[in-house]
Design a protein around this ligand. Structure first.
Ligand SMILES: NC(=O)c1ccc[n+]([C@@H]2O[C@H](COP(=O)([O-])OP(=O)(O)OC[C@H]3O[C@@H](n4cnc5c(N)ncnc54)[C@H](O)[C@@H]3O)[C@@H](O)[C@H]2O)c1
Length: 337
């Protein structure tokens, strides 16, 4: 079978991680890197022997790309994604699908109209702990889901780096909010949120959020996202999920990842799930996610992540920000998809 010819759009922090996998995956012909900061594209392209472009339009015009891997800043997801969709190219788009429910609907509508395949990169679906729990729920082994609780707590380091530029809701929370929707199995209808703010104000954002979401199937979701933990915490992320149903309960405790390293400088729990590098290659959720995308495109099979839950997650975020303003629960309208 022919290799899938792919281009990376966005040579930033996560673009560098995607680039390793695009280069190492033998089913991919990693042809080009696009960034509006052309120098960033040129620098990264040098490492992987690809061509560099300053816009997706130029790349579409000059290359026969099969699929774009879009890793641009949250504020700018819509424009390059629509360009790829309208050119009939398959798309892997980093989370969140967009920054508002309206923009998310626009992307989904364009993909439907152009018959373009698009998967939102919700990585936790490829984390074996969260993935096994989701399969267990889908098989009905926990019965009718009554409640879902998810949390993600990061240290202040992420907030110090991007606070004021990107909300933690898009950078961190959307991972867990999307999975909460997948676990709950219904559509969100109402959200109420409180945002504590005593630590991160100096970095131009809130400390985190506590929120409650009602689903149309009667399930209740609750989530806690935070990026104000002290940097002395030995792991940068501490996350958790619990699903309670009429026949059982399942819990993910994703703190330490089974490996500890103690050196003269520090004690740490290194990443063994997301993108660990060993045996000369990148392994983990990122590699599995991109491999799944490629297989689904080449074989014409369903994506693991459908379009509904990524859109619903962004609509929940819209409602949480509205609830922050009003101090009241906010109704959510989810149609289609
Ligand atoms: N899955 C994960 O674990 C994970 C981790 C980090 C970031 N992300 C997501 O990845 C995306 C990128 O985040 P990041 O931290 O790498 O951002 P970043 O700011 O480090 O990099 C984004 C890059 O996109 C480029 N860019 C912006 N608009 C563009 C356009 N229209 N065309 C081409 N290039 C454009 C910028 O110049 C920049 O180089 C975000 O959606 C973020 O939420 C996911």
């Amino acid at each position: 079978m022919n290799k899938l010819k792919m281009a990376l759009v966005g040579a930033g922090v996560i673009g560098h991680v995607h680039a390793v996998v695009l280069h190492e995956n033998e089913k991919i012909d990693f042809a080009a890197i696009v960034d509006i900061n052309k120098e960033a594209a040129v620098e990264l392209a040098k490492e992987y022997g690809c061509r560099a472009y300053g816009s997706i339009e130029e790349c579409i015009e000059k290359e026969e790309i099969d699929a774009f891997d879009i890793c641009v800043t949250e504020d700018f997801h819509v424009e390059p994604t629509l360009a790829a969709i309208r050119a009939g190219k398959a798309v892997l788009l980093e989370k969140p699908i967009a920054k508002t429910g309206k923009e998310a609907d626009e992307i989904a509508l364009a993909a439907r109209e152009h018959g373009t395949r698009i998967m939102i990169a919700h990585l936790l679906h490829f984390d074996s702990r969260y993935g096994v729990l989701l399969d267990t729920v889908k098989k009905g082994e926990l019965g009718d889901v009554s409640s879902v609780y998810v949390k993600r707590c990061n240290t202040l380091s992420t907030c110090k780096r991007i606070g004021g530029k990107v909300s933690f809701m898009y950078y961190l929370g959307v991972h867990d909010i999307e999975l909460m929707c997948a676990y709950a199995g219904g559509r969100p209808v109402r959200a109420y949120a409180q945002f504590p703010n005593k630590i991160c104000g100096q970095y131009k954002d809130d400390d985190g959020i506590f929120a409650i979401v009602n689903f149309d199937n009667g399930a209740v979701g609750c989530f806690e996202i935070d990026w104000s933990y002290p940097e002395t915490m030995p792991m940068p992320v501490w996350s958790y999920a619990r699903v309670n149903g009429t026949k059982g309960s399942g819990t993910v405790e994703a703190g330490p990842q089974g490996l500890t390293i103690a050196t003269e400088e520090a004690f740490s729990y290194p990443d063994t799930m997301l993108s660990p590098v060993y045996n000369g290659k990148m392994h983990g959720d990122m590699a599995l996610q991109i491999d799944h995308f490629v297989d689904s495109i080449r074989n014409g099979t369903e994506f693991e992540v459908n379009m509904q839950t990524p859109i619903d997650a962004v609509k929940i975020i819209d409602a949480c920000f509205e609830s922050q303003k009003t101090g009241l629960p906010v109704d959510i309208v989810c149609e289609g998809e």
